[in-house]
Write a protein that binds this ligand. Structure first.
Ligand code: PEP
Length: 251
């Protein structure tokens, strides 16, 4: 991990969690009081139904909250959607955009992800922009090309003057228990860093580049030690405070 970039460990609760699940945040707050993870930025992206309550609960603890998606428009006739400003109003600091489950389940394109990231920036949120190749693409030797293309097209020009985060999440590693080798993660993150530097200059060297996909307490230390891995986006292992804290501590 590059030590001039403060790592971010962000939890993605996906469509999991009822109000009782907020007890995990209480547990995490207690664990964080030990000071074992003071170097790290921490965020949890719960379902939208829990966002405001979690934001209130997490106040003053160092745990930021985030949305899992936002609409690209500021407001309007979009039944069931949530705007970036609404997330910010509920206490969010971050919003995930372009998660592979949104790309697959809702047909989200790079252009739409870019528009969502712009909307997030406009609302004062930090977008966590996700990219990642499928298993077939990796097997065909296309991972670098696909992910590089997604990165170029999913980050809006507005990001040049704003905070944003990139998460590399190989689709085949999400929720499967599989992970790329350290050499594969290194190669991908080095490529992404070079691409960000080429587009954004000095700022490109400071953008947090997260790894996501079956990040667990057992592999976190090795993966988070890789140069150009500046934290993680964590799905399943973020649901339980003990597991999430172990990953935070590894960073
Ligand atoms: C994710 O969906 O962002 C993710 C990384 O999931 P998991 O950690 O469960 O693989």
């Amino acid at each position: 991990m590059a030590f001039d970039i403060v790592p971010l460990i962000a939890g993605n609760w996906k469509m999991n969690g009822l109000r009782a699940s907020l007890d995990e945040v209480t547990r995490l707050k207690d664990l964080l009081k030990t000071g074992a993870a003071s170097y790290c930025s921490i965020a949890i992206c719960p379902p939208a139904t829990l966002l405001a309550a979690m934001s209130t609960q997490a106040a003053g603890s160092g745990i930021a909250v985030g949305g899992q998606d936002c609409h690209q428009a500021a407001s309007g006739a979009h039944t069931g959607d949530i705007s970036a400003a609404m997330l910010a109003d509920a206490g969010a600091r971050y919003v995930i955009v372009g998660h592979s489950e949104r790309r697959a389940d809702h047909g989200e394109t790079d252009a739409l992800v870019s528009a969502k990231a712009s909307a997030a920036i406009e609302a004062g949120l930090i977008p966590i922009i996700c990219v990642g190749e499928s298993e077939a693409e990796r097997k065909a030797g296309l991972a670098a090309k696909i992910v590089g293309g997604q990165l170029a097209a999913s980050i809006p020009d507005a990001a040049a003057d704003a905070d944003f985060v990139v998460a590399y999440e190989p689709v085949w590693a999400i929720g499967t228990g599989l992970t790329p080798t350290s050499a594969e993660i290194t190669a991908m993150h080095d490529n992404l860093r070079a691409q960000l530097a080429a587009r954004f200059g000095k700022k490109g060297a400071t953008i947090q580049l997260l790894y996501g996909g079956s990040l667990k307490p057992g592999n976190a230390r090795e993966i988070l030690a890789i140069e150009n891995v500046n934290g993680g986006l964590v799905g399943g292992a973020s649901l339980l405070a003990n597991d999430f804290f172990a990953i935070i501590s590894a960073a």
